[in-house]
Design a protein around this ligand. Structure first.
Ligand SMILES: C[S@@+](CC[C@H](N)C(=O)[O-])C[C@H]1O[C@@H](n2cnc3c(N)ncnc32)[C@H](O)[C@@H]1O
Ligand code: SF4
Ligand code: SF4
Length: 349
């Protein structure tokens, strides 16, 4: 049974914000961000083959004051905040940031490579009361260390899970694995290993979202249909998998046929109506998949002002007709897109 990573005292606030969004959207066609992803920093301690963030020349970190101001603005509607990067745990005031977000947003989660999570850090994360931590692990030591670009990164991530289980017992732990040509044959065994750690497991099909630099290793065509079918059958049989059935069912065709997901599922994309994404360089995008072609908004002008602006509404409208998901089946985007609003949550999980 899927564990909902939210404390029951925050459930009314969580439910209220979702109901308010639904009411405003269906009755008045007015929208506000329900889900926000903040990339706190570009800085990272690993050098992953499939990721372009560490290759950026100019690495920035979102200032704490602007972060706090943005969280306060978000607190009017947002029920789910995801902190990622770069590596969020290398940001020196990350615990204050988590605590601040926790005061204002009912469900706060973080994605980390787990490399620097030692005992003290696990204690602080436990004290922060963060709802969920997703630790990225893409396979056993040989594969993980090679493609994460650092020896010892597998051992560090596994020991991070051990420390967090001990010192952050109220935090929901999820292992997040990419599905890539180099780990697909190892994943069936690795899934059993993650199950034995007694944590949840989610998958993201490798895509171009974090590859905004040249010379990346992945071209996206090196999959064998048999491997994909076998993997999906195994994944679907496990109880600790958190992906929606819909997302999993689309992975083989995403890799093999490069189909257009939006037209399979719905006539227009609803994500622009409840999602925003903030980057370390103080830009705000409605959808992170369209970084290259989408309109950036300047966060320093204030989130509330951005949301009220004609330009923001025009970009929302524009993106409702977007079909770019065929090029990047990235879980943070696609999963919320199929999970909200409520009808879809019931239909696709
Ligand atoms: C960019 S990382 C940031 C957080 C942290 N540094 C980490 O690796 O967990 C967020 C997630 O994106 C995944 N990721 C990186 N490159 C990807 C790609 N090309 N396609 C799909 N997922 C990717 C990572 O494995 C990680 O789970
Ligand atoms: S995937 Fe995460 S750990 Fe790897 S380089 Fe990118 S930001 Fe760093
Ligand atoms: S990239 Fe996908 S989720 Fe983003 S606006 Fe386009 S269709 Fe929607």
């Amino acid at each position: 049974m899927r564990k909902v990573p939210i404390h029951f005292t925050r459930l009314p606030q969580f439910g209220y914000r979702i109901l308010k969004w639904s009411f405003n959207y269906y009755i008045f066609r007015k929208t506000s961000p329900l889900i926000c992803s903040i990339h706190v920093t570009d800085v990272c301690n690993l050098r992953c083959e499939m990721c372009g963030v560490w290759k950026k020349e100019l690495k920035e970190t979102l200032g704490f004051e602007l972060y706090k101001k943005t969280i306060l603005d978000l607190s009017k509607s947002c029920c789910y905040l995801s902190l990622c990067g770069g590596e969020p745990l290398v940001v020196k005031d990350i615990f204050e940031r988590i605590k601040f977000a926790k005061k204002h947003i009912p469900l706060v989660r973080m994605v980390t490579n787990g490399y620097i999570v030692n005992e003290q850090m696990a204690i602080k994360l436990g004290e922060s009361n963060i709802n969920e931590i997703s630790i990225s692990l893409d396979g056993f030591q040989d594969i993980h260390d090679k493609f994460r670009g650092k020896e010892g990164s597998f051992d560090k991530a596994v020991s991070a899970i051990g420390f967090l289980k001990k010192y952050a017992p109220r935090t929901n732990l999820v292992v997040s694995s990419i599905i890539a040509p180099w780990n697909i044959k190892q994943l069936p065994l690795f899934i059993d290993f993650v199950e034995s750690l007694n944590v949840q497991h989610n998958f993201q099909a490798i895509g171009s979202i974090f590859q905004k630099v040249e010379n990346t290793a992945y071209s996206g065509t090196e999959f064998d249909e048999k491997d994909l079918t076998l993997l999906m059958n195994i994944i679907q049989s496990k109880k600790n998998i958190v992906n929606s059935k819909y997302y999993l069912s689309k992975i083989p065709e995403y890799f093999l046929k490069r189909n257009d997901f939006v037209s399979i599922n719905e006539k227009r994309c609803l994500l622009p109506n409840y999602f925003i994404e903030i980057k370390p360089d103080k830009t705000l995008y409605i959808c992170g998949i369209v970084f290259d072609t989408g309109k950036p908004f300047d966060l320093e002008t204030g989130l509330s002002n951005i949301l009220k602006s004609k330009e923001f509404k025009a970009e929302q409208k524009n993106l409702e007709n977007c079909k770019m998901c065929e090029k990047a089946m990235y879980v943070c985007y696609l999963e919320p897109r199929v999970s909200f609003p409520f009808g879809k949550l019931i239909k696709y999980h």
